[in-house]
Unconditional design. Structure first.
Length: 342
């Protein structure tokens, strides 16, 4: 039996976790390292990205903006962090509970009817697990508007490898316009206004999609959850024209890849689309639209690794990760980047 990339273990030394934003390390956003992988490996800086693309290529970005989706509360007398993942069509929300140490709350201690006390007298009641039989994510009913609660009391979701709490400005991207992501679409974090201008003046196009990210769970290795997305007509047209002219479609992150591939028809053309995507890409379901992607470095066991393979192929991904481990690249949302090409 062949193991997928997500099932293959690699050891990530603790010192490879980016524990703070690059700005706190004296770097501009676009000065993080960039590993370019295609027929060999090249080490660069992110602001050099235009050198590794061609005039006529198209870069697709996610214009979803990050919510302050973590709110502190109490389950009984125990302190918890409630993470808002996504809203459902009936007005309820999918949530995750975390302990103050930013690790998952014990699933066995959660049950339907449990009430989480939140600031200002608000309350969240757990109704049922989402995507049963897993019990990490729950459908919850809120006694207040969650958006008002997040605006007043929320902060960006962070995990245990980032010990300090950073302000919301560190969790923005140059493209975020439509609030809705539980976690930052972090592949776009190194982009700056200057770099976008450099791309455009090099003849490289930029176009948006929207995909609102849910909460991740690096501890579980679960497949990706359903997420809301939209591919506008103008972007679909640009993607199809780029492919027809022989250009490359470059996705900024796994979110963009998932959205574009979800909007592809059986003939391999992208159509305008909106709704929920449950698409899971991997070695047995390769990408048809995306020719390369810009991505951060994902934790061992993350399902995102299989999506990288779906775009760039197993050899490219395997060699890139081996080189990143050997040469000191930093992981996670505040870390370094890669450009993986078929």
């Amino acid at each position: 039996m062949t193991l997928s990339m997500a099932e293959r273990a690699f050891v990530l030394p603790p010192e490879r976790n980016a524990t703070q934003p690059p700005e706190a390390r004296g770097l501009a956003r676009d000065e993080v390292r960039l590993l370019v992988a295609r027929n060999g490996l090249t080490h660069a800086r992110f602001h050099e990205l235009p050198r590794y693309l061609r005039a006529g290529d198209l870069v697709i970005v996610n214009n979803s903006a990050t919510l302050p989706a973590a709110v502190d509360g109490f389950l009984g007398d125990r302190a918890v962090a409630l993470h808002f993942s996504t809203w459902l069509d009936d007005g309820r929300w999918v949530v995750e509970l975390r302990a103050p140490e930013r690790i998952p709350f014990p699933h066995r201690e959660l049950a339907a009817g449990a009430r989480v006390r939140l600031p200002g007298g608000a309350q969240a009641t757990l109704r049922a697990p989402w995507l049963a039989p897993a019990r990490r994510l729950w459908i919850a009913e809120l006694t207040v508007d969650p958006h008002q609660l997040m605006r007043a009391h929320g902060y960006p979701i962070t995990y245990s490898y980032v010990p300090q709490r950073w302000s919301a400005s560190y969790y923005t991207t140059a493209f975020g316009r439509i609030p809705g992501s539980a976690e930052m679409p972090s592949a776009a974090r190194p982009f700056t206004d200057r770099l976008v201008v450099d791309l455009l003046t090099s003849g490289i196009g930029v176009a948006p999609i929207t995909l609102h990210t849910g909460v991740s769970s690096p501890e579980t290795g679960e497949p990706p959850s359903p997420e809301r997305f939209a591919v506008p007509a103008a972007t679909a047209r640009l993607v199809n024209d780029t492919k027809a002219a022989g250009g490359q479609v470059i996705a900024v992150g796994t979110t963009v890849t998932r959205a574009l591939e979800s909007a592809a028809d059986p003939a391999g053309r992208v159509r305008p689309a909106a709704g929920w995507t449950e698409l899971v890409l991997g070695p047995d379901n390769p990408a048809r639209i995306v020719d390369g992607l810009i991505t951060g470095w994902h934790a061992p066991g993350a399902s995102h690794l299989d999506l990288l393979v779906a775009v760039a192929g197993e050899r490219v991904v395997r060699d890139a990760y081996a080189a990143a481990l050997d040469t000191g690249y930093l992981w996670h949302e505040f870390g370094d980047s890669a450009l993986l090409l078929r």
